[in-house]
Design a protein around this ligand. Structure first.
Ligand code: ADP
Length: 468
């Protein structure tokens, strides 16, 4: 069987230390099945950067190889073009973009360096699978270096409509580079349709007989592969020692009250201020919920070196303080805002102890928290998922209470519906949602993608790298 080589910005861990996300667990599973190599950034910044020694780890048939980046790479690539140009553009936040050409150049340079360090590690029969928006250009650079292997790419975040994408300087070069991959996977048919529209309308692409799209002298296959979680394991976490302890803590603290839970990295795409405001609106419109319902928001900071991220954390601290000042009583605090992360087993216990899972991003590739919340429920007494229509997960999870996260009133009403939903309806919705979460897991996702990649791969013609 061919070896799998996965490339992603962050690598591992290979063992579940309790912190490994569902995606990491699924990727390790496919790496184990076929044997494989996981290549990416070490998480370290050093003087030698991408020119330093490779660091290897090995566990059975799976190894990892990582490289450092230099400070300038970190600033221009990771905290630069990736998270100040691509992330906001792909999440429809053109108001937050920084299109400085220096950042773009740093992005190109780091993609090139990663390709240069990966090539010597490759074997002729490897299957290469590149993950996410950090590496749009990597496939083209591998092809230019003569790599003939199957190379797939999966985009974990949204692909925006052409009207938005075209605001990105060099959008054409980025999409052209994407066409060097054999197969591009998106989270939803909606993101796929946006990509296809770009090819058809912006660069005159056309559909070929085998389903591929020909555009800009290249050919690519593209399809939607909605990602899942390690559902079976996650559904057992609430009964693990850590999960059980946290569930007991939540129940003791709540007494007979109900808890709404949100779990997100602090990110402007997650709709957190709108969420706090919607909870405030609920208390204004329906004062009978005062003292009866609380909101627990767990949100560890991320990317705080990017200004838009530190600003939003301050905004949330101010909002929760104001709402708590306005409504708190001696025996009840409306919003608990916790800015640290929890081990996954503990999170599962917290999900199970919460009557409502509130997942209201303004835009999200998939949103795994929505799936984790469902997997963690007690089938005999499940909670209710309130889900943004703009999360990729909404395409599959239509039995959730679907909301428009821009409408504070609609969210407040949805919260009321969720809090008051009778057991029978909760069970009905849960059973359908849970079936989907259990069927379409992280592992089936990885297999579906890799099977398709092998099916469509044809030995590529020599291509030249474009000047950026
Ligand atoms: P994103 O990839 O944009 O952060 P997702 O919802 O798709 O959003 O994935 C987030 C992952 O991070 C989930 O697996 C979730 O459990 C985990 N996570 C988020 N917040 C925390 C936290 N406070 N502690 C532990 N894990 C967290």
């Amino acid at each position: 069987m061919n070896r799998i080589v996965i490339v992603s910005n962050r690598v591992g861990p290979l063992t579940d230390t309790g912190r490994a996300g569902g995606l990491a667990v699924a990727l390790v599973d496919v790496l184990r099945e076929r044997g494989g190599l996981w290549f990416g950034w070490s998480g370290e910044v050093s003087e030698q950067g991408t020119y330093g020694a490779l660091k290897f780890t090995e566990e059975g048939t799976v190894s990892t190889a990582t490289i450092d980046v230099a400070q300038v790479d970190y600033d221009e690539f990771y905290a630069g073009f990736a998270n100040r140009a691509l992330w906001p553009t792909l999440h429809y936040r053109l108001d937050l973009t920084d299109f400085d050409r220096r950042l773009e150049e740093g992005y190109r340079r780091v993609n090139e360096r990663f390709a240069a360090r990966l090539v010597p590690l490759l074997r002729p029969d490897d299957i290469i699978w590149v993950q996410d928006y950090h590496f749009f250009l990597l496939g083209e650079m591998l092809r230019a270096a003569g790599v003939k292997n199957p190379i797939g790419f999966f985009l974990h975040i949204p692909f925006p409509v052409p009207e938005v994408l075209t605001a990105l300087p060099n959008h054409k070069k980025i999409v052209h580079a994407m066409l060097s991959y054999d197969l591009i996977g998106f989270q939803t048919t909606n993101h796929l349709a946006a990509f296809e529209r770009y090819l058809f309308e912006e660069v005159g692409g056309s559909r070929e007989d085998d389903g591929a799209i020909a555009a800009m002298d290249r050919r690519v296959h593209a399809a939607a592969f909605p990602i899942g979680i390690d559902a079976e394991a996650f559904s057992k976490f609430p009964e693990s020692k850590e999960g059980g302890e946290n569930l007991a803590l939540v129940r003791a603290e709540l007494d007979d009250r109900k808890q709404i839970v949100g779990v997100d990295r602090i990110d402007y795409s997650k709709g957190l201020p709108e969420r706090f405001t919607a909870f405030e609106r609920l208390l204004e419109l329906y004062p009978e919920h005062k003292g009866e319902v609380s909101l627990l928001q767990i949100a560890p900071p991320s990317r705080s070196e990017v200004r838009a991220y530190s600003q939003i954390q301050r905004l949330l601290e101010g909002l929760s303080g104001r709402i708590n000042g306005r409504f708190s009583d001696l025996d009840w605090t409306p919003i608990h805002f916790i800015t640290r992360s929890f081990p996954r087993r503990s999170l599962a216990g917290i999900y199970r102890g919460s009557a409502v899972g509130l997942v209201t991003p303004l835009r999200d590739g998939m949103n795994l928290v929505a799936k984790e919340y469902i997997a963690a429920q007690d089938p005999e007494n499940p909670g209710v998922l309130v889900l943004s229509r703009f999360a990729g997960a909404a395409e599959e999870m239509s039995e959730a209470v679907i909301v428009n996260p821009y409408s504070i009133d609609e969210m407040a009403e949805a919260l009321r519906t969720a809090i008051q939903m009778p057991l029978e309806e909760r069970k009905e919705r849960f059973e359908i949602l849970n079936d989907k979460v259990m069927t379409n897991t992280a592992t089936t996702w990885a297999h579906a993608f890799l099977d398709r990649l092998l099916e469509i791969h044809e030995p590529p013609e020599d291509i030249e790298r474009q000047a950026f």
